[in-house]
Design a protein around this ligand. Structure first.
Ligand code: ADP
Length: 420
């Protein structure tokens, strides 16, 4: 490993069942090319002689079951080969789930519903992606349920969602998001409104179960549920609630024996709770790193990726043309609350928000709901870029041109500053 590859890159020859791990520096990008053999990134196969680009902050593992050589060019923070990976255990887990799908197919039952749990930075999202990619590569149609409101792989932060997976995640861009079902939570931590969090979990479980009743492939495919890294107190209770709402059959606990024992104790005996090691390659992310990842996710929503750039629209919206609400008590500025309303008013109610300067930079979900109706999914997001209280209008950034498709807007306590 480490010899020149002739194209300015560094060549790595990987033996079977090893992986090349690398991180990309801030402000840099790195190009990867598969030269010989077979390799995959988090379950998605690489094409030979195609250049894959990874942007700042990417943390990647190129794994090979059979052996391969790759070339890496650009500035990496670290790049090394590891022989010590839990991939065989993850593959065996996939094989067990596939066994359950086959059985479900035969006996006209439903496929495995799997909850992935563990503290932050143990590779939960990565394991979900791996299991989904392996399943879809066998022709299955599993559903990803994304309950990590801090780092959603499906939609912008502050949302909870479900997505039917029809192809492996794109090596560079992640899941291709065609028609996800997305609910507004409004904050990056379940603790800001745990009641709402649990309610939306139940909502997603209901919708998924309904879909399974009418769609045999979805039912057999089952689901993989990604959860938050908050595993104590109410966070733990939220995991137990999720397991029961989705009637999960399998719980994969990454890295934490205590959580594993607690879940084994508290979940019904027919739930298979499995402890899996985390990969040594998983990198701990700092607060800043997380914030940047969230920002990037919102930027992507409006501007797209390199390969498919979007051109968002900016336009004015009259206060009188929209109804802005917050759900329950997550902290938004007091001045946004109507007179006489306090922060601890009921947690699930739609509370009208009086538009003011404080709205600036907030992300708003555009609700599919008709006037005042509760519990609907969202159809998109906008960001308030300016508020003119005199003229009673706000300027928004929107993926689609005016007018807004709906008039009910839900405020997030997440902000996005548009630097473009
Ligand atoms: P969690 O969901 O538990 O917070 P993630 O799955 O998001 O953790 O993983 C954290 C970070 O580590 C991600 O940026 C991911 O790309 C990276 N990562 C995961 N597995 C590996 C690995 N084997 N080698 C290098 N980086 C990895």
């Amino acid at each position: 490993a480490g010899a020149g590859a002739g194209n300015g890159g560094t060549r790595y020859d990987l033996e079977k069942e090893t992986e090349l791990r690398f991180e990309v520096d801030a402000g840099e990008k790195v190009q990867l090319e598969l030269l010989t053999g077979l390799a995959e990134i988090f379950g998605s196969e690489l094409n030979r002689n195609k250049k894959y680009t990874f942007g700042p902050g990417s943390k990647v593992a190129v794994f090979t079951w059979q052996g391969c050589s790759v070339s890496l060019s650009g500035k990496t923070e670290v790049a090394y080969v590891s022989k010590d990976t839990p991939m065989l255990l993850y593959l065996n887990t996939h094989a067990a789930l596939e066994q359950m799908r086959r059985q479900a197919e035969r006996d006209n039952e439903r496929g495995p519903r799997v909850m992935v749990a563990g503290p932050t930075d143990v590779g939960k999202s990565t394991v979900c992606r791996l299991l989904l990619s392996y399943a879809v590569r066998l022709g299955r149609r599993p559903t990803l349920v994304e309950l990590d409101v801090g780092q959603s792989g499906v939609s912008v932060p502050g949302t909870m969602s479900a997505l039917c997976i029809e192809r492996p995640a794109d090596v560079e861009e992640g899941y291709s998001v065609q028609a996800p079902l997305v609910y507004h939570f409004g904050s990056t931590s379940p603790g800001t409104n745990i009641k709402l969090y649990n309610k939306l979990t139940s909502c997603l479980a209901d919708v998924f179960s309904q879909r399974c009743e009418v769609n045999r492939k979805a039912s057999v495919g089952g689901c993989i549920i990604n959860t938050c890294g908050w595993v104590k107190g109410s966070g733990y209770q939220a995991l137990v609630h999720c397991a029961s709402a989705f009637e999960v059959d399998v719980v994969l606990v990454l890295d934490q024996e205590r959580l594993y024992n607690e879940l084994k104790r508290d979940l019904p005996h027919f739930v298979r709770v499995v402890l899996l090691p985390k990969s040594g390659g998983v990198v701990e992310r700092s607060k800043d790193c997380r914030r940047e990842a969230r920002d990037e996710k919102i930027r992507e929503y409006f501007y797209g990726f390199r390969s498919a750039s979007f051109f968002p629209h900016a336009f004015d919206v009259r206060f009188s043309d929209v109804r802005i609400y917050k759900i329950g008590a997550p902290s938004i500025p007091d001045s946004c609350l109507p007179l006489g309303m306090s922060q601890d008013d009921t947690q699930l109610k739609l509370v009208p928000v009086t538009p003011g300067r404080d709205l600036t930079h907030h992300v708003l979900s555009v609700s599919c709901a008709d006037e005042g109706e509760e519990g609907s999914p969202v159809c998109g997001f906008i960001v308030v870029t300016n508020v003119d209280t005199q003229a009673q209008v706000m300027t928004v950034l929107s993926p689609a041109p005016r007018p807004l498709p709906r008039h009910t807007l839900l405020i997030m306590d997440i902000r996005f500053i548009d630097l473009k």
